[in-house]
Design a protein around this ligand. Structure first.
Ligand SMILES: [Zn+2]
Length: 158
């Protein structure tokens, strides 16, 4: 298992049936910065990379043993966090200790070849979950409205 440098707000936990994810170590307040997305800038997205600006993709894998937090940031159709200002992962609402920190991947952009549609089954369990992880171009009008303030401007232009 890859490890990231100690973070006061989140740690990795096993979240069946979804596998590993980030959970809050203490109560996190709405709009609190949880971590800064960091890593190497890469040209070709991977399943673990995160776009933080138009044409700028961050690979959180540092080595076989090390990564940065975003490596474990799961998708949820009812997310608790979002990304703003070129890579700040921020609480969308108050998050209780032990609760998962997850974002809606659709607020980060659209999926490329690194994720085949058949590999995007969603197990988040949210009442609003359509059963698959969907990109910005696949959000329903209701979701676009719901996530309006949690989607970066450059994503809305995709
Ligand atoms: Zn879901």
């Amino acid at each position: 298992m890859k490890l990231f440098a100690s973070n006061e707000l989140v740690e990795v936990s096993n979240l069946p049936p979804r596998g590993l994810g980030l959970v809050a170590k203490r109560d996190i307040h709405k709009e609190e910065v949880i971590f800064i997305i960091s890593g190497r800038v890469i040209q070709t997205p991977t399943r673990y990379s995160a776009p933080i600006a138009k044409g700028v993709t961050i690979d959180p894998v540092i080595s076989d043993e090390l990564c940065t937090e975003v490596y474990y940031l799961n998708h949820s159709c009812d997310p608790s966090a979002y990304v703003r200002d070129g890579g700040l992962c921020v609480a969308m609402r108050d998050i209780r200790a032990g609760e998962e920190v997850a974002i809606h991947y659709g607020t980060l952009g659209i999926f490329g070849d690194e994720w085949k549609p058949s590999e995007r089954q969603c197990l988040c369990g949210a009442a609003s979950c359509p059963g698959w992880i969907h990109g910005y171009n696949e959000l329903s009008p209701e979701e676009k409205e719901r996530f309006e303030n949690f989607t970066q401007a450059w994503v809305k232009e995709l």
